[in-house]
Design a protein around this ligand. Structure first.
Ligand code: ACO
Ligand code: V55
Length: 286
């Protein structure tokens, strides 16, 4: 345990080779950092991302994680040489080992992450980049960013759970169209289809993402963690199971919340009359 830092895992900000991590005012800016290869994801980048997400999850100085890319690209997808061609020549067990670290961070870890995550799509977003994009809770794109499900042009179908991510966000007609044609589309179109929350001019992208991250930082983290987990789970449950789950989840959140946010909110509304949800005014810990 370090004596200079209260952080349990200060290595989250260490010098990574293929990823840049900057922590500022509670926001961890995680940039895929191979701009000369348009941030294509190769096996060592994937290994680093597993370690980084693991470290940031327990880093007390971090409340929100933003995933983005260095230079003019979010990510050009899997590295066609190092992840596909080079792995084809390895024994199957070794291929699986390398593929697992891709899947591990791109959807397994992000889908169940205990802190809110925002994908900030600054530029090119192709193929396997859709998986972490959708596995992040929220997404904001530059309106002129270019998206594409280009797998069809490599005589592949969107594996690595790319298609699962597509179907979780886009409707069947749009999914089928872009998977079969491989046509590129803009950030604006991505917003219209519900693949991202918002599309803004590139010049405003970082400010808008920062404002959204700050809004999330102002919420009760225990409740936020429960709410985002519930959004993912309820989608897969029927009405009876989801009612049971939500009742249990609310009880869990109430028990775990060190701030006692539920009682505080009710007091502000019912007794102090200082908070009206439609008018704002709620003070955390108030
Ligand atoms: N895999 C491997 N290398 C890549 C990838 C990739 N996915 N994307 C870009 N690169 C490399 C290029 O080969 C080039 O390398 P070099 O400088 O050693 O020749 C370098 O990155 C720069 O790329 P350019 O194509 O020169 O850059 P440009 O700005 O003209 O175009 C673009 C960017 C549009 C992203 C283009 O690189 C591209 O189409 N990349 C492939 C995108 C793709 O189809 N990805 C999906 C792969 S399938 C999957 O993810 C499952
Ligand atoms: C893709 C991604 C994969 C994979 C196979 O289409 C195909 C993209 C992230 O891993 O193993």
């Amino acid at each position: 345990m370090s004596t200079q830092s209260t952080r349990e895992y200060p290595q989250s900000e260490r010098d990574w080779k293929y990823v840049k991590v900057e922590i500022e005012n509670g926001i961890a800016w995680v940039s895929l950092n191979r701009p000369e290869k348009r941030n294509a994801m190769n096996p060592p980048l994937n290994d680093e991302m597993v370690e980084i997400l693991d470290a940031l999850e327990v880093d007390e100085s971090v409340g929100v994680v933003v995933l983005t890319g260095s230079g003019d690209s979010f990510s050009g997808g899997m590295d066609l040489k190092e992840y596909f061609r080079d792995l084809d020549d390895l024994p199957y067990a070794q291929q699986i080992r390398k593929r697992r670290s891709a899947w591990q961070w791109q959807w397994r870890m992000l889908l169940r992450y205990s802190k809110p995550t925002i994908a900030m799509v600054n530029g090119w977003c192709f193929g396997a980049a859709f998986t972490p994009l959708v596995a992040c809770d929220l997404a904001i794109a530059a309106e002129d960013a270019t998206f594409g499900l280009s797998e069809i042009n490599w005589a592949m179908l969107p594996g690595g759970n790319v298609l699962q991510a597509v179907i979780a966000t886009m409707n069947l007609r749009d999914a089928m169209y872009y998977v079969t044609t491989g046509d590129p589309f803009t950030g604006r179109k991505a917003m219209e289809m519900g693949l991202v929350n918002e599309a803004v001019p590139l010049a405003d992208l970082k400010d808008r993402t920062t404002a959204l991250a700050q809004q999330l930082l102002s919420k009760n983290p225990t409740v936020l963690r429960g709410a985002k987990a519930a959004v993912r789970q309820v989608k897969r449950l029927d009405w009876e199971a989801s009612d049971e789950y939500l009742t249990a989840k609310n009880a869990q959140v109430r028990l775990l919340d060190p701030e006692g946010g539920r009682a505080a909110g009710l007091t502000q509304f019912l007794d102090e009359k200082s908070f009206r949800p439609g008018l704002g005014g709620y003070q955390r810990n108030g």
